[in-house]
Design a protein around this ligand. Structure first.
Ligand SMILES: NC(=O)c1ccc[n+]([C@@H]2O[C@H](COP(=O)([O-])OP(=O)(O)OC[C@H]3O[C@@H](n4cnc5c(N)ncnc54)[C@H](O)[C@@H]3O)[C@@H](O)[C@H]2O)c1
Length: 351
């Protein structure tokens, strides 16, 4: 088959050939003439082969390190389970690649710090796929916040809640491989969206409570079946982040929690002049006891994941567009660790 790629196309590889590699990374890369998917590595060779075949003529490998050494790609997507992000990102940076790593950055803040330093030393782009901040709703709200439309924001509530949405595939219920449950898997997305809109204010302290009441008893839900006997992550976590500016961010996240809604993924902001909710964006205040809408979008932007991938590639190509960078990834990882530490010890964690 004759290649339709431009001769100068950047050569892309993927490590971890599961569902996000397929639905987001490979499918995006293959829409572009200036990128060529040349290799896929997965510890299960059959997985690598299936993804490579689906998207054309990429090579399949079962050893990421050997693939990096032999293929020498320009760009690597890390889509392996959380536990391997640190190792795979460091290997890819050491091989001279720009890296798009799936969220969370890693399992611990020290790892995220090492990844940040390694990217800086290598002079390569390291982006994390915190894609919700790329929704137009988020971008527009960030601009409104910077323009002062909400006044001082003092209460933010980030919710990533599922009534019964324990992932039935992968390692999402295995604390050792995953690092935790809903907080590190879905709560982290709304945490990032909230921090992005707020402009990453400095954190003073963190307090949290977590529960494991349902995942060890039930075995099926919205996203298939799981084995309750090996369910080792939290079902739900509720935390408060206190900022040095006096504001607070409340975070509520669950894989399983008896709430009426099947799922909630949203953030609300309360400021001195106005409030806002995301997805779709609505900005409002009060006018004599009546809700006064200042700005309202009809529907949420469903291209946020594509926009996250696109921003990474544009950044690699030298455009100074916003990405979820390694420094912000380190801050988010620190917050996640502090929330887990507080939930485990029952004590407030000062940062
Ligand atoms: N941004 C998002 O919204 C989003 C959505 C889904 C998943 N993710 C993230 O993507 C990552 C993968 O999730 P998924 O749903 O695709 O999981 P998955 O289980 O479908 O895929 C993971 C793949 O990695 C492979 N793998 C396991 N260990 C490996 C190793 N040591 N080296 C190479 N390959 C290895 C597995 O064989 C599997 O094919 C996770 O970190 C997850 O948090 C992000």
């Amino acid at each position: 088959m004759k290649s339709t790629k431009t001769p100068s196309a950047l050569r892309v590889a993927i490590i971890g050939a599961g569902q996000v590699a397929d639905k987001v990374h490979a499918s995006y890369y293959c829409t572009r003439d200036d990128l060529e998917l040349v290799a896929v590595a997965d510890s299960r060779l059959s997985q690598a082969q299936a993804l490579a075949e689906k998207y054309g003529q990429a090579q399949a490998w079962d050893d990421p390190q050997a693939m990096l050494r032999e293929v020498r790609p320009d760009i690597v997507s890390i889509c392996s389970p959380n536990r391997f992000h640190h190792e795979h990102v460091l290997q890819a940076l050491a091989a001279g690649c720009h890296v798009m790593c799936e969220k969370p950055p890693a399992m611990a803040p020290e790892q995220a710090e090492e990844m940040f330093q390694a990217a800086r030393r290598a002079g390569k782009v390291l982006a994390y796929d915190f894609h919700h901040r790329f929704a137009e709703d988020c971008q527009l709200l960030r601009q409104q916040v910077m323009d002062g439309q909400l006044g001082d924001i003092y209460v933010t509530t980030a919710r990533a809640l599922r009534r019964c949405g324990v992932p039935g595939w992968g390692v999402f219920t295995n604390k050792e491989l995953q690092g935790g449950g809903p907080l590190i898997d879905i709560g982290i997305h709304m945490l990032d969206a909230a921090m992005y809109v707020l402009g990453f204010p400095a954190v003073k302290k963190v307090m949290a409570h977590s529960f494991q009441k349902i995942g060890t008893r039930k075995n099926s839900g919205q996203f298939g079946e799981w084995d309750p006997s090996v369910y080792t992550v939290e079902d739900a976590l509720f935390g408060t982040v206190e900022f040095h500016n006096g504001g607070i961010l409340r975070l509520e996240t669950s894989f399983a929690l008896n709430i009426p809604e099947q799922s909630i993924m949203n953030v609300s902001f309360c400021g001195t002049d106005a409030g806002a909710t995301l997805f779709p964006l609505h900005i409002y205040n009060d006018d004599g006891g009546e809700l006064n809408t200042l700005l309202q979008r009809d529907q949420a932007d469903d291209r946020r994941h594509i926009r996250s991938m696109e921003a990474f590639i544009r950044h690699v190509q030298g455009e100074p567009v916003m990405i979820a960078d390694a420094e912000q990834g380190r801050i988010i990882q620190t917050l996640v660790a502090a929330l887990y530490q507080s939930a485990q010890t029952g004590k407030c964690v000062e940062l």
